[in-house]
Structure formats: structure tokens, C-alpha cells
Design a binder for this molecule. Structure first.
Ligand code: PMP
Length: 298
């Protein structure tokens, strides 16, 4: 599904076949989850293939390395150029890109001494997550920010995401809404969340979330469209039964939610501000400006 015998990845200074790249079994990443990564998307646009928010993603990867004390010397510009090469060598346009940084073999609990970079990518069909999601409040909490650097995108954090997502699926839902250690809404297993009520949007304040690049883009769209939006801590009770809600993330884009704990969001999606934001985002990723989109809206 992710690669075949022709797929090329970037790995440690060269472009190699995915099927021929290998790693060491004595790494901290495999044993302890000590690795960092990004999830990025490229889109086919009128001006060729474009990586959306490449600088923001690679700046975050570099920041994650710093927070995890991993030596990592690539600049965001170098990383972006390498990624375009991976896309070109595979002939990918709409693609999901997964850069991963992990460290040399070390079974101790001291910081990494040398890091390895892999840039993998696979083709992506946009629009397949079009169905509105039924979500449930998870029994799992997001990692306590005093125990982890939650703003870093670290492999080990995703064990929490797997537990929350699987719990929701086993209970017959599509996804989990995970709370922070104070009982406030944090995020999903792999996306941020917004809800809409009486013409205003709300999203959890930073603290226990991965501050997403899509979340920041939504805040930008709100500013440009003069849509009132507030970052604050709120409980699932406040969110249940709101007018509308959505998940947002690089993979999810803007994904409408159907219900929380079987309580439906009440407004018809197409009539919500959230739907306008969804359309604006779909325009941005393929290189259209918000001004062009505003003109379309009339
Ligand atoms: N929260 C979590 C836990 C995630 O894994 C992601 C996806 N990277 C997000 C939020 C959204 O982040 P972004 O918009 O930068 O993809």
C-alpha cells in the first residue's frame, strides 16, 4: 500500500529504493519511541506540484529535534528541496509525505548521538474522507504536558493516539475526542478540533495539544474572513450539540463531524461558517488565494 519495488525514498544522504532501505534493531526509536516525524501533503496545482506549508512543517521538525535533544543539521530549505526530489523521482503529485528522524543504535536512555533522516512519500487520494465523522469522548487523556514535550511531533506520543483511536473504533465510532488531564477537550488522535456556536468558532487553547499547522491556517482564514474565533479551554459538555464541528489536520484537511457521543451537531453543514472554512482551505492547498475564493463567494 505504501510502496512497491520501484518506490524511491531519501535515506541518509542518498535516494534509494524503499524496498532496499533497512534499519538497525538496536535503536531507541524502535524500543522507546524516540523518533520525530512530520506529516506533509503535496497537491497538484495549476503551477505544478506544490508542497503545502513546507516551511512550517520542516521548521516544526527541526524544533521537535531540538526539544528531543537530537542532533539534526538540515535547514528547512534543504529538506524542502529533498522532498521535491522524492516526489519527482516517483512521479507523485497528490501525495502524503512522511519525513522521519531517528537515532543511531543506543540502548541507553541518553540522548541520540547521530540522527538518520528518511523521507518517504505515497500517493494520496483527496476527498475519500468526505463522510461526516461520529466521534466519542475517549477514556484516554492526552499525555500530561509535564511528562512530555507535547508541542513536538514525537513517535512515542502516538501510542496514546493508537489506544484512543482503537477504543473509539471498537465502540463503533469513527474517531476519538481526547481530553487533557483537566477534563477539557484537547484534540483527536491525529487532528485538532474546532466547534461552531452562534456564529463563532472555538478551538482548544495550546497546552496539551499538538499546535497544528492546519489549525493555524484555519485561524488565518478566520482572520481574513472576519469570522470570530476564540482559543480557550472547554469541556465536551460545551461542545456537545453545538451548531457544527470539525477536525483539522494535514491528512484530514477540514473534516466535518456528525456527532459527539451520539449527540448530533445541529446545523446543516453547508450553511455553516465551518463549511466556508472547509472550502477556503480546499482552495488554499491547490494554490488559490483567499481573495480569489472570496470573489467566488460574491
Ligand atoms: N494533533 C495531532 C495529535 C496530530 O497528529 C496532528 C497531525 N499532525 C494534528 C494535531 C494536526 O497537525 P497538522 O495540522 O500540523 O497536520
Amino acid at each position: 500500500m505504501y510502496y512497491n519495488s520501484n518506490t524511491i525514498i531519501y535515506f541518509n544522504g542518498s535516494f534509494v529504493k524503499a524496498s532496499e532501505a533497512s534499519t538497525d534493531l538496536y535503536g531507541q526509536s524502535l524500543h522507546y519511541g524516540y523518533a520525530i516525524f512530520e506529516g506533509i501533503k503535496s497537491y497538484k496545482t495549476d503551477e505544478g506540484t506544490k508542497i503545502f506549508k513546507a516551511k512550517e512543517h520542516y521548521d516544526r521538525l527541526r524544533r521537535s529535534a531540538e526539544l528531543m535533544h537530537m542532533p539534526f543539521n538540515y535547514t528547512s530549505e534543504e529538506l524542502t528541496a529533498l522532498t521535491y526530489e522524492v516526489l519527482e523521482k516517483n512521479g507523485f503529485r497528490d501525495a502524503y509525505i512522511r519525513p522521519l528522524v531517528f537515532c543511531s543504535p543506543n540502548m541507553s536512555l541518553s540522548k541520540g548521538k547521530e540522527s538518520y533522516l528518511a523521507i518517504q512519500a505515497w500517493e494520496w487520494t483527496n476527498g475519500y474522507m468526505a463522510n461526516k465523522m461520529r466521534i466519542m469522548t475517549s477514556s484516554f487523556e492526552r499525555p500530561n504536558p509535564k511528562a512530555f514535550k507535547v508541542e513536538a511531533k514525537v513517535s512515542g506520543h502516538y501510542v496514546n493516539s493508537i489506544l484512543a483511536c482503537q477504543e473509539a473504533k471498537d465502540a463503533g465510532y469513527d474517531e476519538a475526542l481526547v481530553l487533557d488531564s483537566n477534563g477539557n477537550v484537547a484534540e483527536s488522535s491525529g487532528a485538532n478540533v474546532f466547534y461552531e456556536k452562534d456564529g463563532k468558532l472555538y478551538t482548544p487553547a495550546k497546552g496539551s495539544i499538538l499546535p497544528g499547522i492546519t489549525r493555524a491556517t484555519v485561524l488565518d482564514i478566520c482572520a481574513q474572513f472576519e469570522i470570530p474565533v476564540e482559543e480557550k479551554f472547554f469541556t465536551p459538555e460545551e461542545m456537545r450539540g453545538a451548531d457544527a464541528a470539525f477536525f483539522c489536520g494535514t491528512a484530514a484537511e477540514i473534516l466535518a463531524l456528525d456527532s459527539l457521543d451520539n449527540v448530533p451537531f445541529t446545523k446543516e453543514w453547508d450553511t455553516t461558517l465551518s463549511a466556508t472554512i472547509q472550502k477556503a482551505y480546499q482552495n488554499l492547498v491547490v494554490g488559490k488565494t483567499l481573495e480569489e475564493f472570496k470573489l467566488q463567494l460574491g
